[in-house]
Write a protein that binds this ligand. Sequence first.
Ligand code: SDX
Length: 435
Amino acid sequence: MLKESRDAKGKTAYLILDGTTYELPVIVGTENEHALDITKLRRETGYITFDPGYGNTGSCSSAITFVDGEKGILRYRGYPIEELAINGTFIETTYMLIFGELPTSTQRREFRELLCDQELLHEDLRHHFEGVPSNGHPMAILSAVINSLGCYYPDLLQIENEDEFLRAAAKIISKVRTIAAWSYRKAHGLPFMYPDPKLSYCRNFLHMMHSIPHRYFEPTDEQVRALSLFFLLHADHEQNCSCSTVRMVQSTEANLFASVSAGICALWGRLHGGANAGVIKMLEEIHDGDATIPDYLERVKRKEFRLMGFGHRIYKSFDPRAKILRQATHDMLESTGYDDPLLDIALELADAALSDDYFIERKLYPNVDFYSGIILRALGIPVDMFPVMFAIGRMPGWIAHWNETNTDGTTRIHRPRQIYMGESTRHYVPIEERK
Ligand code: SDX
């Protein structure tokens, strides 16, 4: 069911099947996207549609984020990503994505205080970290501990009102930093650093990652700003795979902790949130002389593997986040004097691909993951933590979408159909008669 969709006056789609003509209502979104409403198709025609990977299928209507892949447009609640990148912060953007409006100064202060109150983990949760091997992947820890939060807040497993939603959301947004930082500390045999309520969201995360007892890590303002920008640019991206996973899990009325945990697992894949780590691995191979850029691109064109950080299901032009990150990476390295040869290789590789017909014909451009890893390296984040950083940034989007589908009153459990291509009826054969 769609709300506030403008009728496409005078536009009707006709489907002619087996001599019968069916009318399909045309729905128009606020940015003039057009859709055929097929909600009655099977009931009226007996047919279903077939769209593996859902490249042509709208699973819902949403008012959170708009992406125009042809024009390289990304807006959170109508605000262009370029304006948010210059003027906004991650926490302000988090509030806006979840509640729909930029916060007033009072709302922002109260939101910050709420997050601050929620930053500690229940001490019993420390045992989760003791139970995993030091080489356990931090995404496995993150999804497990986020899901476990529900054990400590059973009253928030069935959210009945806005206050319960706000408390659950604040717990996840605030504690995800502590969980992420502690998974890093555990892996490196370092003592857990507790969050410091005097520090801002991003500064606190860097403190928990890099401070040691009696010696606080003091990030520069540029590093804090770069981390806030990194999280802001990853905060939402409409119906990407992990967001659709969160919405699908919510459609069963599963709780917020479980739904977000499922989103983390979907994000882990190397074609999604794992790509930023794949980009660094690729750039290091080229830097270490294991491959030259022309060789690498030739192997991609022979389809031996894909160029990580390139291509996108929606963007068939530059990912606006990649443009912003390319400039921010350059500025940060310049201002901090941190010299990373991988940036020069990334720029050279992008130029080579963008002038190669193979990539031009397939409309393959750098996506959000192509430059993001270099910023993370400059912040002292190890590669296996890169998808975790993506997950921290994407929390507000997942939570906003969970709330949208949980409150819109028309959500049906997601249950796609299929075209069966297996065996027709056959009968049981006793084992002694099997050949
Ligand atoms: C994210 O959906 C989102 O919004 C995701 C995201 C978000 O914010 O949530 O933006 C974050 O996941 C960004 C993408 C990160 N992944 C990567 O960088 C991995 C590399 N990229 C590709 O695997 C690929 O581009 C995808 C997965 C991102 C998109 O896959 P599609 O839309 O299914 O691409 P496709 O298979 O339809 O590709 C069309 C053609 C194919 O060639 P032909 O069969 O026509 O010859 O383009 C080729 C593909 O082989 N192709 C690539 C390529 N991506 C697509 N060839 C080389 N390198 C690539 N990266």
